[in-house]
Ligand binder design. Structure first.
Ligand code: COA
Length: 276
């Protein structure tokens, strides 16, 4: 599928990975309304692109994303409620609703600054890897606001109570190493290894059955807010749906290779996929 041109987002596709790059480096990739519209469109394109198996979200230049654009998203829309509503919807749609249950695995590759509203897509992604010297900050308290949009809500899932309260209320910045220590991200690596480590993780994910991967993340993410009865029922239905719809028939194949062929032992590597 041809890659579209956007004003504020760049999409590069290579070896099964779609790199979505927030592309306003001169504004540290702060999110203005156009960026929300572009990101939403690009994510929808990649979702159905047959050659893209893993999505990586990153930023151009020395920043991942400096949060909402204080000039163009906040101040400029103050007296324009219709545009504010439209931009606000697009902003929540791509940063949370779409990314949280994106049909493909998602990796946030945090190459630099990550502030305020950037925490929403950071936490929505399935994985996050950062440069050790990336700089994170819930800076809102210093602007006379609090982490809004969905930031405070998603922080409740991603940080401990003590860490969240500390950084929400002090606004102190922290680096990639600290983010890894708090488990906000999976790991931090030296900046020169960031891309290589991200590709390594993406390749590991591309070896798995994509239908199973998709179902596994949806089940885990959606069950978190269900009670036990709902979760059990949902997982039963989802398991049946996966079995019926998986073009690779992974469940049958894995069991056959274990029981009949005796060629597969869980824990010793994946069963041999018969790709559809
Ligand atoms: N909204 C609007 N513009 C922003 C922005 C934001 N969130 N973050 C950066 N920019 C703009 C700056 O205004 C500046 O624009 P200018 O060149 O027209 O003056 C440009 O991006 C470069 O920013 P600058 O501060 O000079 O870069 P820096 O490398 O010295 O610092 C940051 C980078 C990210 C530490 C700093 O820009 C910053 O603190 N930004 C705000 C981050 C934030 O608190 N976001 C949460 C908002 S709720």
């Amino acid at each position: 599928m041809a890659t579209k041109n956007y004003q504020t987002v760049k999409v590069e596709k290579e070896d099964g990975i779609a790199w979505m790059i927030l592309n306003r480096p001169e504004k540290r990739n702060a999110m203005n309304p156009q960026l929300h519209y572009d990101a939403l469109d690009a994510l929808n394109e990649i979702a159905t692109d047959k050659e893209s198996h893993v999505l990586v979200l990153t930023g151009a230049g020395n920043s991942w994303c400096a949060g909402q654009d204080l000039k163009e998203y906040f101040r400029a829309l103050e007296n324009n409620p219709a545009e504010r509503r439209k931009a606000g919807w697009a902003s929540q749609e791509w940063r949370w609703r779409l990314l949280f249950t994106y049909p493909k695995p998602t990796i946030a590759m945090v190459n630099g600054f990550c502030f305020g509203g950037a925490f929403t897509p950071l936490i929505a992604c399935d994985f996050a890897i950062a440069a050790e010297d990336a700089l994170f900050g819930l800076s809102e308290i210093n602007w006379g606001i609090f982490p809004g949009g969905l930031v405070s809500r998603v922080l409740a899932d991603a940080l401990s109570y003590r860490d969240a309260m500390y950084y929400i209320m002090t606004g102190d910045p922290f680096d990639g190493k600290k983010a890894a220590e708090m488990r906000l991200i999976n790991y931090a690596v030296p900046k020169e290894k960031l891309r290589e480590e991200t590709v390594k993780l993406a390749q590991k994910l591309m070896e798995k059955n994509p239908a199973t991967l998709r179902a596994a993340k949806e089940v885990y993410k959606l069950c978190r807010n269900m009670d036990y009865v709902q979760a059990e029922d949902y997982m039963m239905a989802k398991g049946n749906a996966l079995r019926a719809a998986d073009p690779e028939k992974g469940r049958e194949e894995g069991i056959k290779q274990f029981i009949d062929d005796k060629t597969y032992r869980p824990g010793l590597g994946p069963y041999k996929r018969k790709k559809a």
